[in-house]
Design a protein around this ligand. Structure first.
Ligand SMILES: Nc1nc2c(ncn2[C@@H]2O[C@H](COP(=O)(O)OP(=O)(O)OP(=O)(O)O)[C@@H](O)[C@H]2O)c(=O)[nH]1
Ligand SMILES: [Mg+2]
Ligand SMILES: [Zn+2]
Length: 293
């Protein structure tokens, strides 16, 4: 006798996956069913069917169709799916150490706009940054009406507000390496192995594989750091829509197909000049249009 259960994928290895079976408190290690035609590669967030064998072993038989997936580009340029069925992106950006990379943040926000998925902006390491710089960034993104929090898990700062924000959602922590994603994951109760020592030789632990934690009726996934988050080639019109604060100024452009790069009579460039659109956001827009990643 074997029984089939629905489960959530917690993390994956080469031929196996840790899965969290509905109603069970501890996750189980399950083998992946061997497939003649490859492409049976579950990722954290996948809903799978698991067969529990008489001897206590478990086999992942089937992956349910996925909702939104997120892909990261590996060093070799290959796309790798990092999470499935996510409905909230929690972008994580350090205020210092490493210095904020706003292009990555803006890429993630634009991705969320294009995919119509909810997104939150989390800044970390406020203790290492000066207050004015922190306030300017929080003000910028909160002003765009993104839920924005400065979080310091060591001091317990805003950890509960973050927990509230992700309640009942299927959330993914995403951002550059070393910004504090795993620290947040642990502060919210997730259990992540202290990762491999970073190859960059700084002696710090870097996450090499995604990991899921069931929380408050949803889940939270910790992911390896990304470098850049490309949307791929995108036309100026669609990209403009993905930058909230550019939508209205763009209506004033002289040309309906304005790219806002150098055209005369451009409402977006005028708004940048008048500091109604932040220079950093406009720079991200230009980079995404001119150098699609
Ligand atoms: N001072 C300070 N240090 C922090 C804070 N949050 C995280 N750190 C430290 O930053 C370093 C990196 O944190 P991690 O949580 O491993 O970062 P990560 O985003 O998971 O990194 P990757 O797994 O490489 O993507 C660790 O040494 C943390 O202790 C913070 O709010 N303040
Ligand atoms: Mg990590
Ligand atoms: Zn324009």
């Amino acid at each position: 006798m074997t029984a089939t259960h629905r489960a959530l994928v917690v993390s994956t290895g080469k031929n196996s996956a840790w899965v969290s079976v509905e109603g069970e408190s501890r996750s189980r290690l399950a083998q992946l069913r061997r497939m003649r035609r490859a492409r049976f590669m579950p990722v954290p967030g996948d809903v799978v069917e698991v067969r529990i064998l008489e001897d206590g072993g478990a086999v992942v038989d089937h992956i349910e169709p996925r909702g939104l997936t997120l892909e990261r580009r590996s060093a070799g340029g290959r796309a790798k799916t990092m999470a499935a069925n996510v409905d909230l992106l929690v972008t994580v950006t350090a205020l210092a150490n490493p210095a904020p990379r706003l292009v990555t943040l803006d890429q993630l926000l634009a991705f969320a706009e294009v995919e119509s998925i909810a997104v939150a902006v989390v800044f970390t390491k406020p203790d290492l940054s000066d207050r004015a710089a922190e306030e300017a960034l929080v003000e910028l993104y909160a002003g765009l009406e993104y839920p924005t929090l400065s979080v310091n898990p060591k001091m317990g700062q805003n950890v509960n507000r973050l927990r509230e924000l992700i309640r009942g959602r299927r959330a993914l922590l995403v951002g550059n390496s070393g910004v504090g994603k795993s620290t947040i994951f642990r502060a919210l109760g997730g259990d992540t192995p202290v990762g491999d020592v970073s190859r960059r030789g700084l002696g710090r632990q870097t996450t090499t594989a995604g990991r899921l934690y069931r929380i408050d009726g949803g889940f939270l996934i910790d992911s390896p750091g990304i470098n850049e988050f490309g949307l791929g080639a995108i036309d100026a019109g669609s990209l403009t829509q993905a930058f909230r604060e550019m939508r209205e100024p763009a209506l004033a452009c002289r040309f309906t197909d304005c790219t806002h790069l150098q055209e005369p009579g451009c409402g977006v460039q005028a708004s940048v000049e008048r500091e109604l659109i932040a220079r950093s956001r406009y720079a991200s827009y230009r980079k995404m249009l001119l150098e699609p990643a």
